[in-house]
Ligand binder design. Structure first.
Ligand code: HT7
Ligand code: ZN
Length: 859
């Protein structure tokens, strides 16, 4: 497959002001007639042909200006038509089989309904079209189909007409007044029920809201509807963005490659991000629904009204929209915990990506398959980069910058550079050097040393941006660091400072400190970097107990533990050094458990151990087994040492009745954290308490938490409760996904055998991405099972990739990165991981998606 490069961008030589589509719908055969009005683009070259993208389709008939023609050729899947004049009308008829579409791109069938997924390049699987984001067109779509099979017919925009046809058919016509690229096209036809709501916009327009789901799911749509209304209000208040159609429709689909899709006026969602009630969804699931509903809704402006010129600009819409959804969720749920959760995702997914063979800048320079670039780097690091702009200029100036961006580029296909320019002008920032964040991959490392002399504290700060496969030598980047200097006697500081690093090495002086202060740095995680600092454990214990910045407090606790586990798993500690380090951690841990001023949600975050991927990331070459053993050892030691305190907390919070308020949610979070520690320290006691928590549970958070702990233990209650859980939720796909995931991610020593058996379970299917992910993503993220010393875990994932690739290449390719980290793993395991990648590479029928990821991982 060819490499596509950002620098090769050329405007499309034709404009398509109007597109008409006619769908004669059937699950096995759908006939599509497209009528395209085309005009020469003055900004494009004067090519005598038009190239229309196609993928796996063929034209039944083609007419130009009403006359049937056979003067066309194919170039791979693309259709080349000679067009002599300045404007023409092209009519093309194609036929497709949605039931055979297992890739879930284009038009496909899911449980008898028809739906589409067009981003990034799915529209070309429906009809021939310039399937690129910079070709905007106004769509009018007519759908005809069986009234019984497809009572609901939905498309983008507003419904303009409908009627009844012959032989039990009916039809509907939809018109979307907003010009859009083909990736935002959507169509849904099926037998669905609906939850209706409404919203009055800031200028007083009534918008009809509707969430369509399968019969039986309606009573789990209330949270999604409430989240949508909150998102619409918040975007008006925070970014001045008003909705622009008379209807906003959401459809939930159980077969979906990603989380959701922001098609204009017709968002299509994975059921996982729509359906929630306390009996079947955890607090985390509720937050996921709220966040994804907001994300897709916010795309209406950051993505739809202003779209991307080409796919290299993906972060323009995704990074910005992730930041917008993060700020929204911070406002809904509280800033402190949300920030910690977002940073945890960044560090466990994006940091490893940035230091591995698949590292790429947030604005990549080349790709073979764009689906492989819907990455944590483009999304999450992209959001962090824009967040840094906001930190440097402040929220008011940031709003001026975004206002200018929205005003200036409304209706356009824009670039990241357009966004940067609007920020410079609107927010008053000089982003000359900052642009490097868009072109340099790799997580910057910042080294901080503090010296104290007289009454002055001097910080010496050095930064390096590590080499990545695409670029060896990097330039220093602007790094905004929020810091505070604590007086160790009073436990207070005199205010926060924002320093912006912009050179490889700099010093900063702060006066007025008779004693060396305690440094709190990267407060609020003001920059997506990793920090090395040589501070004594006692300073970290101090900050873990006293820092008034919640993130920095969490970070001090994490640092304390990371430092210890990194040293211990690297074999650097004898017994007495291990004991000393554990005692420092215990001091901080104890102060967190007993701090009455802390809410339980924050307490739950502060006591959470860093994950294995993040720990492995701290070492050049990691031994997953050694890290796992040390991590479990520390957990058991803390669990045993604090057993009585933990039991008391569990008893206290168990008295709180169920609610969706933050105290009640915090109670549930700490409750399961307590069980996690006790399971390591006193498994029998934990098993009893977890079984009791499971039995008493009146909500999924408590029930799943208890079952998670039991699944890792070898007690009788494990089997008992797993059987009960499956029986209780039989037929509920999303909860059965949890049942698979819990077993695949469990600490149980026989997790590998369990996964093999689950792959044969009648509920398992390779055709449903949620089910595949629930078994195999959970397994690939289970350090001890995936990294089993005999390489069996690697073989399972390689076998999966080979089996899934012909069915659903996009989902298959997403498993490659787990094997791709071989260079950072100890030699014996690294050789086995590499061998599995080579085995995959030998297949001569790999998809473009998997081929690209495997070759980059081996390269
Ligand atoms: N913009 C959406 C991306 C997406 C997608 C991409 C490739 C293949 C399938 C897909 N489904 C959705 C999701 C979003 O970021 O909002
Ligand atoms: Zn998005």
């Amino acid at each position: 497959p060819p490499v596509i490069r950002r620098e090769d961008y050329k405007p499309f030589p034709w404009l398509l002001p109007v597109t008409r589509l006619n769908f004669e719908l059937g699950v096995e055969t759908t006939r599509v007639t497209s009528t395209l009005s085309v005009e020469r683009n003055p900004a494009g070259d004067a090519s005598p042909t038009i190239t229309l993208n196609g993928d796996g389709i063929s034209a039944l008939t083609i007419r130009i200006d009403g006359k049937q023609t056979s003067e066309w050729t194919m170039d791979g899947g693309n259709l080349l038509l000679p067009l002599p004049g300045a404007s023409h009308e092209i009519e093309i008829v194609t036929e497709i089989d949605p039931s055979a579409n297992s890739q879930l791109m284009g038009l496909y069938a899911s449980n008898g309904m028809l739906c589409t997924q067009c981003e990034a390049e799915g529209f070309r699987r429906i009809t021939f079209f310039p399937d690129r984001p910079d070709v905007l067109s106004t769509y009018t779509v007519r759908m005809t189909g069986s009234q019984d099979q497809f009572p609901v017919l939905l498309c983008n925009g507003n419904k303009s007409a409908e009627g009844v046809g012959e032989n039990g058919t009916h039809w509907a016509e939809w018109h979307d007044p907003w010009p859009k690229p083909s990736y935002l096209f959507a169509l849904v036809a099926g037998d669905l029920v609906v939850n209706r709501g409404s919203f009055t916009t800031m200028s007083g327009r009534e918008v009809e809201l509707a969430i369509y789901v399968r019969d039986g799911d309606l009573d789990r749509t209330g949270h999604a509807m409430a989240s949508l209304i909150k998102s619409m209000k918040w975007d008006e208040e925070t970014f001045g963005r008003e909705y622009d159609l008379d209807v906003f429709n959401i459809v939930a689909v159980s077969d979906f490659n990603m989380g959701a899709m922001e098609n204009k006026g017709l968002n299509v969602f994975n059921t996982k991000y729509v359906l929630a009630d306390p009996d079947t969804a955890t607090d985390g699931d509720f937050d996921g629904v709220e966040g994804v509903i907001a994300h897709e809704y916010f795309h209406n402006w950051s993505g739809n009204r202003i779209t991307c010129r080409d796919w290299f600009q993906l972060s323009l819409k995704e990074g910005f929209t992730v930041l917008r959804d993060q700020l929204f969720s911070q406002d809904m749920q509280g800033e402190a915990v949300k920030r910690i959760e977002d940073v945890r995702i960044l560090r466990s997914v994006q940091f490893p990506e940035d230091s591995g063979p698949l590292a790429h800048p947030i604005r990549p320079d080349s790709f073979r398959e764009i689906s492989n670039f819907y990455t944590s780097t483009v999304y999450n690091k992209g959001a962090e980069v824009i967040r840094m702009m906001r930190t440097m200029c402040g929220p008011e100036a940031f709003r001026k910058g975004t206002d200018l961006y929205f005003d200036r580029h409304d209706g356009e296909a824009a670039t990241c550079e357009d966004f940067i320019l609007a920020m410079e002008e609107g927010a008053g920032l000089d982003l000359t050097q900052f642009r490097l964040w868009y072109s340099q991959a790799g997580t910057p490392k910042v080294d901080i040393a503090m010296a104290h002399d007289g009454d002055t504290a001097t910080l010496t700060v050095k930064q390096t941006v590590p080499p990545t496969a695409d670029l060896a030598d990097k330039l220093p980047m602007p790094i905004p660091l929020k810091i505070a200097l604590f007086n160790r006697e009073t436990g207070k500081h005199e205010g926060e400072h924002l320093i912006v690093l912009n050179a490889a090495e700099q010093t900063f002086e702060f006066g007025g400190f008779a004693q060396p202060p305690v440094l709190s740095v990267n407060r609020g995680f003001s920059a997506p970097i990793s920090i090395e600092r040589d501070v004594p454990d006692e300073d970290l214990v101090f900050l873990a107990a006293k820092d008034d910045d919640s993130f920095a407090r969490y970070e001090a606790m994490q640092d304390l533990i990371v430092r210890h586990l990194t040293a211990a798993s690297g074999g650097a500690l004898d017994d007495s050094a291990r004991e000393a380090a554990r005692m420092a951690i215990a001091q901080a841990f104890g102060s967190i458990l007993s701090d009455d001023a802390l809410d339980d949600s924050m307490r739950g975050e502060l006591v959470m151990l860093p994950g294995l991927t993040y720990l492995a990331e701290q070492q050049l070459i990691a031994d997953p087994a050694a890290i796992h053993t040390e991590r479990e050892g520390l957990k058991a030691w803390l669990g045993a040492r604090f057993e009585s305190e933990l039991v008391l907390i569990h008893q206290r919070v168990s008295k709180l009745p169920f609610g969706l308020d933050s105290a009640s949610r915090g109670a549930r979070k700490i409750k399961t954290q307590v069980l996690v520690y006790l399971a390591a320290g006193n498994p029998e006691l934990a098993s009893k308490m977890a079984a009791a928590q499971y039995n008493a549970a009146d909500n999924m958070t408590d029930r799943q938490g208890a079952l998670m702990v039991l699944t890792g233990l070898g007690t009788a209650a494990r089997t008992d409760k797993l059987i009960d859980f499956h029986r209780r939720y039989k037929g509920n796909e999303l909860v059965v996904d949890k049942w698979f995931a819990l077993q695949a991610s469990s600490l149980h020593p026989h997790a590998i055998e369990h996964v093999k058996a689950l792959a044969e379970h009648p509920d398992f299917t390779m055709r449903n991405p949620n089910r595949v992910r629930s078994l195999y993503m959970a397994f690939a993220a289970n350090p001890q099972a995936f990294h089993a010393a005999d390489g069996e875990g690697y073989k399972i994932i390689a076998d999966l990739i080979l089996a899934l690739d012909p069915i659903n290449p996009q989902t298959a390719a997403r498993f490659v990165p787990s094997l791709g980290r071989w260079r950072r793993i100890e030699p014996a395991r690294a050789a086995m991981m590499r061998a599995e990648l080579e085995r995959i590479a030998k297949s001569d029928s790999l998809s473009r998606d998997t081929f690209e990821q495997v070759t980059r991982s081996l390269g």
